[in-house]
Design a protein around this ligand. Structure first.
Ligand code: ZN
Length: 354
């Protein structure tokens, strides 16, 4: 599985540019004897023959957070594979691909649709999962294969994202001083945003992750902007956070004399659903490989299914760390264990608690 993981991880798949990795996965699944298809979003889909009982979707996202400028080579260190995206989510893709290559590891399994989805990370806004869930038809459980082994993400963190841009007349830093500056306005807005009270219960967050603007040290900035990411496990707390953020940006704009625009660039629903069947199946499956279950909240492909009220969660299949960093790593020995845990999850879903 290590070689499979390296092949997948070294095939770059920035969000919105997953084509090469999608083709690789399509080919691997076809060579494994299946009949994969593509949908209009770019997802790779594969109905698995056989299986009994409930119909289950396994979905692993294709894309990684790293742009086309990042070299995605994998370095082999003792007990570790290191490289951008090697875990999130190349490791999950490797595990489900291995499952498809040898279904005898999961002899007892539900009826399965396996998918590799586009647009999960960043501003992809769960594009692939949206298409997948919309086209799904009958489905009892939706399992996003994502995250660390032993962890099930059972509640959907909602997020709202805005690109905020300030504009001004610009001019010379001496001759036109003190004209309105878009950079000063953006800075004032960020300071106001950072001062907003963000509740810890229900857990919520506010982050300005990127900031840009201006043209020169001696020019008053004509344009400046930033990306804002707001999250909460509670839809109402999220709505309050959005209201407070808009007010903070509006105040900064008024004081600085620079008009602004806040463009919604992402919206993922917060949701809590009845997924106890999935959670207890995961707990039993992990116990059979000697692991405990840790429940967490997060934003994954399962958010979209949860927002439809479906039984959905994300299940992790590898050990690693530093996701979304260039130094990301995976313990290659954890992959067979992750495959075993996933196979047992399928068995538990097919047979139920008895
Ligand atoms: Zn992921």
């Amino acid at each position: 599985m290590t070689e499979l993981l390296v092949t997948i991880a070294e095939t770059a798949a920035p969000t919105f540019h997953e084509e090469r990795r999608a083709e690789l996965i399509w080919r691997l699944w076809q060579e494994a004897g299946h009949t994969p298809k593509r949908d209009s979003a770019g997802n790779v889909l594969c109905e698995i023959a056989g299986g009994t009982g409930p119909r289950v979707v396994l979905a692993a996202h294709l894309d990684s957070v790293f742009g086309p400028e990042v070299a995605v080579s994998v370095h082999r260190e003792p007990g570790r594979l290191r490289g951008p995206g090697v875990g999130d989510n190349a490791a999950s893709l490797a595990v489900i691909t291995r499952l498809l290559q040898d279904l005898s590891v999961a002899p007892v399994r539900p009826r399965l649709l396996v998918a590799a989805t586009v647009g999960e990370e960043g501003v992809g806004d769960l594009k692939g999962a949206r298409r997948l869930v919309e086209d799904l038809g009958e489905c009892d459980h939706f399992v996003a294969v994502d995250g660390h082994l032993g962890v099930m993400t059972h509640r959907a963190v909602g997020s709202v994202r805005y690109e905020t841009v300030f504009t001004g007349p610009g001019g010379h830093s001496w001759g036109d001083y003190p004209g309105p500056s878009a950079v000063h306005a953006a800075g004032a807005a960020v300071a106001r945003l950072a001062a907003i009270h963000v509740p810890s219960d229900p857990r919520s967050s506010l982050n300005v992750g990127q900031l840009w603007g201006g043209t020169s040290i001696n020019a008053i900035a004509e344009r400046a902007g930033f990306n804002l990411d707001l999250r909460s496990v509670d839809p109402e707390a999220l709505a309050r956070l959005v209201t407070a953020a808009k007010a903070a940006v509006g105040k900064a704009a008024k004081e600085s004399g620079c008009p602004f625009e806040m463009q919604l660039i992402g919206e993922r629903p917060a949701a809590t659903v009845d997924n106890e069947v999935l959670v207890s199946a995961a707990r039993r499956a992990l116990a059979r490989v000697g692991l405990g279950l840790k429940l967490s909240t997060g934003s994954t492909d399962a958010n979209i299914a949860m927002a439809q009220g479906m039984s959905a969660a994300a299940f992790g299949v590898y050990r690693g760390g530093d996701a979304h960093r260039l130094e990301e790593w995976v313990d290659p020995d954890s992959l067979p264990l992750g495959l075993r845990a996933l196979s047992l999850l399928l068995e538990e879903l097919a047979t139920g608690p008895d």
